[in-house]
Design a protein around this ligand. Structure first.
Ligand SMILES: Cc1cc2nc3c(=O)[nH]c(=O)nc-3n(C[C@H](O)[C@H](O)[C@H](O)COP(=O)(O)OP(=O)(O)OC[C@H]3O[C@@H](n4cnc5c(N)ncnc54)[C@H](O)[C@@H]3O)c2cc1C
Length: 398
């Protein structure tokens, strides 16, 4: 009965349907994903295939797959607010276990009907996802320096280059590759769909990273890889525009997951501090323990208001450039705050906080990358500073 649900968290007024969705996501996270965290950690992030299939089935049964995509493609057609409510729950889990929930990058919506049918629809059913390849050895924070090239051929295009840190590149059914198409003297950044099994696609390395997550981030080389004319997604030269929309959603996603992480960290740490007794007192009674938790609660509450504002602006169809800057602000604030929050929790757990079986220890490692990927904290500051100049102080901070 949706009407019996209580709105227990601060934020916008939610409809009974939205409260039911939030509760459905919470139940999935607590019953299906959280019990698998320690196994995932022990296995370096890679769960057995039958377990992965079970997670996918449960996610689909709970109608949590393909959230932002339309029902006609197998998604749920959520608003950004609804997407926020679900992703906040996903963020409460360690080891990136929510990555197993079938989904796809939003740029696939810009594909042709054939591309959507071939890659998006199966991805939302849990039958092979996508990976996004922009970064190169010499082009990270400044992607305008990418050197991967796409040259016209009789049948379509020939791609040459090497991409680094391709998240999920090891399991993806399709790679979304940013390459520069040359026309006359112009450099036209363009997104191409490349199947990993194509001749000339080579997996150079799959490095180990700080976190133990479900998928790797391999280095992939493209040598004379031939793709068809219709492998272009969103039109020649539109790569950067599509990427801006992609970044906005990804950065808000990082903020939203970070909020879930802070929520979980506070739940677990407050519970511990209320029950752990040392020197004849609960450690919560020592301000050295309780004040850092008060700071974490304040970080979590402020970050939530900011991220909810960005979600609301997206739902209202506000100025995309302003939203872009606000999403950077949310990512910057929450990723830095969540890192602080994890560090405080480790301290409150004492020696137990340094054990991999402890949620704070895992989050301390896992949240670190949120200050690096989808643009480092420094790059977010650059975007926000530019907004101050171009959109004005009032629009940027209100
Ligand atoms: C686990 C992981 C997964 C990733 N997944 C993907 C993926 O799926 N697809 C993809 O394309 N990329 C991915 N990346 C790449 C990621 O987006 C880049 O690592 C990030 O953008 C930074 O680029 P870089 O590593 O080349 O660092 P650099 O750009 O070399 O930056 C090094 C340092 O210099 C600072 N810096 C650089 N320029 C400026 C400036 N103008 N002002 C101030 N400071 C500056 C940076 O903030 C940073 O501290 C992933 C990275 C990691 C670690």
């Amino acid at each position: 009965m949706t009407t019996t649900l209580l709105q227990t968290t601060p934020g916008p007024n939610l409809t009974p349907e939205q409260l039911e969705l939030q509760q459905r996501a919470r139940t999935f996270v607590e019953n299906v994903l959280m019990p698998l965290e320690l196994q995932a950690e022990e296995l370096g992030g890679k769960l057995p295939e039958d377990t992965v299939q079970t997670i996918k089935r449960e996610a689909i049964a709970a109608r949590l797959n393909g959230g932002r995509f339309g029902p006609e493609h197998g998604g749920q057609g959520w608003t950004m607010l609804e997407w926020f409510l679900v992703n906040e729950q996903f963020g409460r889990v360690t080891n990136g276990l929510h990555w197993h929930v079938p989904n796809a990058y939003n740029v696939l919506m810009q594909g042709s009907p054939e591309q959507i049918e071939r890659y998006l629809v199966p991805a939302l059913r849990g039958e092979g996802g996508d990976a996004y390849a922009v970064t190169e050895a010499d082009a990270g924070s400044d992607p305008s320096g990418i050197s991967t090239s796409a040259t016209r051929s009789d049948g379509g295009w020939v791609i040459n280059g090497e991409k680094w840190f391709v998240t999920s590149g090891d399991v993806a059914r399709v790679l979304i590759v940013m390459a520069v198409a040359a026309r006359g003297g112009d450099r036209l950044p363009t997104l191409f769909l490349v199947e990993p099994g194509s001749p000339g696609v080579e997996y150079v390395e799959s490095p180990r990273f700080t976190h133990n997550y479900p998928h790797g981030h391999p280095t992939i080389r493209f040598t004379d890889v031939e793709v068809a004319r219709d492998a272009v997604i969103g039109g020649v030269g539109n790569g950067e525009t599509l990427q801006r929309a992609w970044f906005t959603e990804e950065r808000l996603g990082i903020a939203t997951h970070g909020l879930g992480a802070m929520w979980r960290l506070l739940d677990e740490t407050v519970d511990w501090a209320l029950h752990r007794v040392q020197g004849a007192h609960r450690i919560m009674d020592y301000q050295g323990v309780s004040f850092p938790l008060a700071d974490s609660a304040t970080d979590a509450a402020v970050g939530r208001l900011l991220a909810l504002q960005v979600a609301g602006l997206l739902d209202a169809g506000s100025d995309p450039k302003l939203i872009h800057a606000k999403a950077s602000m949310a990512k910057l604030f929450v990723s830095e705050a969540a890192g602080r929050c994890a560090d405080r929790s480790v301290q409150a757990f004492g020696g137990r906080g340094y054990m991999r079986s402890n949620v704070a220890e895992r989050f301390l490692r896992e949240l670190r990358v949120d200050r690096i990927w989808e643009g480092t904290s420094e790059l977010q500051r650059l975007i926000i500073a530019r907004a101050l100049e171009r959109r004005g102080v009032e629009a940027t901070i209100h």
